[in-house]
Design a protein around this ligand. Structure first.
Ligand SMILES: Nc1ncnc2c1ncn2[C@@H]1O[C@H](COP(=O)(O)OP(=O)(O)O)[C@@H](O)[C@H]1O
Ligand SMILES: [Mg+2]
Length: 227
């Protein structure tokens, strides 16, 4: 993918990402590297002038984000990813708004995955802790029944314990056959659970490998993992 915002300069200078079914792929890299931009490009929120996005064997490069949701992409953006003045349950219902079928089973699955959300289902989402709000955001995306779940820094601003807990839930989601494409600042911990890792540098692939390979790579360690 090569492209940027509006008529501005290119932010993505050649990013290639690939996620297989049920796999966890993690994107790491310095601030401003274009990680969020790459996620938005995959989701159809900015125009790439070179390259393509293929989903489930189909070229979807020209589809709107809404059409991509209908195809099975769920996206949790880095910021503004919940409706703070709505209840937890209303947030989940918003996730299901494109669906024509009965979504109660999916809601029950989300509550099984995140029991605290069931307890707090009538509270305003904005009143919850940071980790719980991220659970609402992930739950809302799961309500679309995605084949691919895209998460932009799901553990931003949460404690290490809550981070571990969220990662465990993400592994659980992947085990149900949903693919995960995730951007993470907690690079070391995220690569530990990644089947595949990408280090983005200045809008392009810097290093690519399995999570284990990247964790063992001396250059990656020195430059991006703090030694
Ligand atoms: N909406 C936008 N319009 C114009 N430029 C943007 C926008 N969002 C991000 N950028 C620019 O794109 C570059 C990459 O940003 P971003 O993808 O958010 O990086 P990362 O997520 O890796 O920290 C930065 O230079 C940033 O200023
Ligand atoms: Mg970002």
């Amino acid at each position: 993918m090569i492209g940027g915002y509006g008529r501005g300069a290119d932010i993505l200078n050649g990013v290639t990402l690939d996620v297989e079914l049920g796999e966890i792929a993690v994107i790491v890299g310095p601030n401003g590297a274009g990680k969020s931009t790459a996620m938005k490009a995959v989701f159809g929120m900015l125009n790439i002038h070179t390259g393509s996005v293929v989903f489930d064997g189909e070229d979807i490069t020209r589809l709107s984000p809404q059409a991509r949701v209908a195809k099975g992409m769920g996206f949790v953006p880095q910021t503004h990813n919940i409706f703070a003045s709505m209840s937890v349950e209303e947030n989940l219902e918003m996730g299901a708004f494109l669906r024509r079928d009965d979504y109660r089973d999916t809601m029950a699955q989300v509550y099984d995955l995140f029991p605290i959300l069931k307890e707090k289902r009538h509270q305003h989402a904005g009143e919850l802790s940071g980790g719980q709000r991220q659970q609402v955001a992930v739950g809302r995306a799961l309500m679309t029944k995605p084949k691919l779940l895209m998460l932009d820094e799901p553990t931003a601003g949460v404690s290490p314990i809550v981070m571990d807990e969220l990662f465990d839930r993400i592994i659980e989601v992947a085990r149900t056959g949903i693919s995960i494409l995730m951007v993470e600042q907690n690079a070391r911990q995220a690569l530990e659970i990644a089947h595949k890792g990408y280090v983005l540098v200045q809008g392009a692939n810097g290093y690519t490998g399995s999570g284990k390979e990247l964790l063992a790579n001396p250059d990656v360690r020195k430059s991006f993992l703090g030694g």
